[in-house]
Ligand binder design. Sequence first.
Ligand SMILES: *Cc1c(COP(=O)(O)O)cnc(C)c1O
Length: 405
Amino acid sequence: MGVYHDLGLDPIINVSGAVTRLGGAPMPPPVLDAFRAAADECVPLDTLHGAASRVIAELTGAEAGLVTAGAAAALTLGTAAILTGYDPSRMERLPHCAGFPDEFVVARDQRNGYDHAVRAAGARLVEVGMNEVIAGAGVRRVEAWEYAAAFGPATAGVLYVLDPEARPPLAEVAAEAHAAGLPVLVDAAGELPPRSNLRDVLAAGADLVCFSGGKAVRGPQATGILCGRRDLVGPAALQMLDLDDHFDLWDPPPELIDTARLRGLPRHGIGRGMKVSKEQVVALVTALRLFVSGAYDAELPAMRGHLEEVAAALAARPVRCRLVMPADGQSPPVLELTIDEAVLGRTAVEVCRRLRAGRPPVYPGHGGVREGRLTVNPLHLTGERTRLLIGRLQEELTSDGPAAR
Ligand SMILES: *Cc1c(COP(=O)(O)O)cnc(C)c1O
């Protein structure tokens, strides 16, 4: 019946999208074929990373790129690279940074669970700005001068979490950082699409950018990309690669690692536990090419069709359906279900719990569940899954009737 059934598990209907918690995005057949083919032969891993770097550079405009074990790993490795540069003794000491700059300046309203990945390398975060807008106590966001005011002898770099609403704009923050000789590490993990961000984030002044490979790019779930300045991507690669070799035998790809800047071969670095397999590298590069080609756009009309079918099937239920079409023309549409909890006699949280507990289990988007809203992301939908989904939604969006209440 399938690998999950063999393990005693029921496959779910994932209508949350490419979330890690539910296994990420579906890999297209060419990506799976590439993964399989890569397993058939061996190449030295550093050489393979050099080839992947060339492809990433071509597709992003970066000087160099590294396939990482996810965007979170890219954040750790990018931080490590900024902390150490090509100094093997600093690499050896991470995550302890006694004796060299270790502070990353970050806007208070950009702090989030992923900054653990930055601290994991040994960096300390220094917050700037206030959170007045969320507090309802003011109208101003963080301002560029506040970054400059926080820079000092212990500052190693700037962390910036990209979002269309992020303020101040990246270009302003980068200008302040560069005036002080500091690099900017950008978390743009989920900021694809639009495809243009692959180039625009670097063009706006980022020194290193982290993207997820397992979200919209549809590479293996546990992949990501770190790209940007060659003199930083090199030290990041060094701290991830297995370095059990002799310096005089070792011949890494020069486009990725500048051996002239090394006084010796470092040992396994802080990123050794974030290694990426040859199959993952090849599959990610394949997926990135597909993503950049615009091939995924062709699926958008069918996705919209699935959502319209769901909305039509819920017409008589106590739920308001709204089809949200992202303006970029590249992201999947989403169906928003706003539940009339009073009429249904059940909260959206309860509906969500029942959807997960039923057969087959259904996992809708739950970002607005406390406000009575569930979302349906069509990334994983097929005709068959759409029919099953409709059946489950109709069941759980049917009121038990006055007698039962
Ligand atoms: C998803 C995400 C990450 C983590 O990406 P992975 O590829 O799963 O490691 C980091 N930062 C942000 C903002 C994200 O949305």
